[in-house]
Design a binder for this molecule. Structure first.
Ligand SMILES: C[S@@+](CC[C@H](N)C(=O)[O-])C[C@H]1O[C@@H](n2cnc3c(N)ncnc32)[C@H](O)[C@@H]1O
Length: 232
């Protein structure tokens, strides 16, 4: 893919924004439901993020690049006491998730449809209990590694918004990205890897419902690592 000037309007999003034409219902969801659930980054973030949600929540969890949204919908449905913020710039994925939110009458999800770095910079310091980065775009070619979402600067962002003891959970099926993330977190003073034995990173996170990309990885014969880092 050739990159042209202006093709990259955001700092950390390099993917496609649109896929197949949307069905009428999906387009209607984007037009009418998304504005009700979308974070308004023009206004300052509330000092207490629980104010973003219509019903009381006790924890805040951020999912970056939710794709098909299976994971976030599952977690939000099983845990109404957590407020979820989901970020996904790919329009078709956002439309799919909105359909699920409506069908399942889910009330504890708020959304943003552009580069997650914008949300990270908007969120107050020490305001988030957990960040999920599940199967981020792997950028396997070395010349593209600098596009990976895990970077020194984004770990600084994670460190700022996570509460002390908050978690950064990362899953990937790409060995070079798993090693990349381990090295970046090892070199970052704010993060400690919680694993004590191999089973800790080979076993999916508790209650894991899997994701679409994970299913694809399995079909193609790749296994995964599940890394949990604690904000020191
Ligand atoms: C490989 S897919 C994984 C999707 C999903 N988490 C899963 O496991 O099925 C990576 C997703 O991250 C999204 N993404 C990439 N860069 C992003 C960014 N800067 N901010 C938010 N989402 C991003 C892409 O649009 C894509 O949907």
């Amino acid at each position: 893919m050739t990159e042209t000037r202006g093709a990259r309007a955001t700092e950390a999003f390099f993917g496609r924004r649109k896929g197949k034409p949307l069905r009428e219902r999906q387009a209607a969801h984007l037009e009418h439901l998304l504005p009700l659930l979308k974070l308004d980054l023009e206004a300052p973030a509330p000092a207490d993020l629980t104010a973003l949600f219509p019903e009381p929540v006790e924890r805040i969890r951020l999912e970056i690049g939710f794709g098909g949204g299976e994971h976030m919908i599952h977690r939000a449905a099983e845990d109404p006491a957590t407020g979820f913020i989901g970020v996904e710039p790919f329009v078709n994925s956002m439309a799919k998730l909105l359909g699920q939110i409506e069908a399942k009458a889910i009330r504890n999800i708020r959304l943003y449809d552009d580069d997650a770095t914008q949300v990270l910079d908007w969120l107050p310091a020490a305001s988030v209990d957990q960040i999920d980065l599940l199967y981020p775009d792997p950028w396997p070619k070395r010349k593209h590694w600098k596009r990976r979402f895990v970077s020194q600067i984004n770990l600084d962002r994670f460190a700022r918004i996570l509460k002390p003891g908050g978690l950064f959970c990362f899953a990937s099926d790409i060995d070079s990205y798993i090693n990349w993330t381990l090295i970046h977190c090892r070199d970052h003073a704010a993060f400690e890897w919680t694993a004590e034995r191999a089973a800790d990173w080979l076993t999916p996170f508790a209650g894991w419902p899997s994701t679409r990309y994970e299913a694809k990885a399995r079909r193609e014969g790749r296994s995964s690592a599940y890394l949990t880092f604690r904000r020191a």
